[in-house]
Ligand binder design. Structure first.
Ligand SMILES: N[C@@H](CCC(=O)N[C@@H](CS)C(=O)NCC(=O)O)C(=O)O
Length: 229
């Protein structure tokens, strides 16, 4: 059994999609990051960076003690290794997927995240920040669009790279990027991913647990307040 520490955000959906795809037994442990539950000592013992997602695998492959992992990219790699699934087995194929996973972890995720911060959440208007991160997000979406021009999935087969990139790519409309129109190969790929029953199931689960509370002062403090952290 795997415990998945989850909130309905792009990084949270990545391992949830994997667990649904692989039909692994798991228990969802919601961590309401708007309410500051990411700072609970029990959660910090598993995820010292106070960010979701994280997992605890109570039956790791090596039959050793339960294993906890944070960082969504590490979790996806772990789950792929555990199940021998969603990561090509050839050396070239494997690193093809891994390099795109790293591209998401170090590129699209952080840049789109910062763009979203400056466009949606920053308490003051910072035109330079907005422009820098929205432009960089657009550039990255262009890179992804080129990559998908002649293949159905990001790597040779549907893999953890698609699972990592999809939740972020589909969210960039929140920073004013009309990706369905401007990046047609991404749009076709995203439609292919969205049709998968495991992906539908993951988003249904996320919708059910999501607390649609407004971004009030308490949530702002928990997410962006510097003194608490
Ligand atoms: N690099 C981390 C990023 C995780 C992350 O930023 N999680 C956000 C939600 S998408 C979070 O937990 N935020 C809580 C906070 O900022 O306190 C990963 O990929 O797991």
């Amino acid at each position: 059994m795997i415990d998945l520490y989850f909130w309905a955000t792009p990084n949270g959906y990545k391992p949830l999609i994997f667990l649904e795809e692989a039909a692994l037994a798991y228990e969802l442990k919601p961590v309401n990051i708007m309410k500051g539950e990411q700072f609970d000592p029990d959660f910090l013992a598993i995820a010292p960076n106070n960010r979701i997602p994280a997992i605890t695998d109570h039956a790791p492959k090596d039959d050793q003690a339960p294993l906890s992992i944070f960082e969504s990219g590490a979790i996806l790699l772990y789950l792929a290794e555990k199940t021998d699934a969603f990561l090509p087995t050839s050396l070239a194929g494997r690193y093809d997927a891994v390099q795109w996973l790293m591209w998401q972890m170090g590129g699209l995720g952080p840049m789109a995240g910062q763009a979203n911060h400056f466009v949606t959440y920053a308490p003051e208007d910072v035109p330079y920040g907005k422009k820098r991160y929205v432009n960089e997000t657009k550039r990255l979406m262009g890179v992804l669009d080129k990559r998908l021009a002649d293949r159905p999935f990001v790597a040779t087969t549907y893999s953890i790279a698609d699972m990592a990139i999809y939740p972020w790519a589909k969210g960039v409309d929140s920073v004013g990027i009309d990706w369905q129109h401007d990046f047609p190969h991404v749009a076709e790929w995203a439609a292919r991913i969205a049709e998968r029953s495991a992906v539908k199931q993951a988003y249904d689960i996320g919708d059910r647990i999501k607390n649609h509370q407004p971004l009030d002062d308490e949530a702002r403090q928990n997410l962006f307040g510097s003194d608490k952290k």
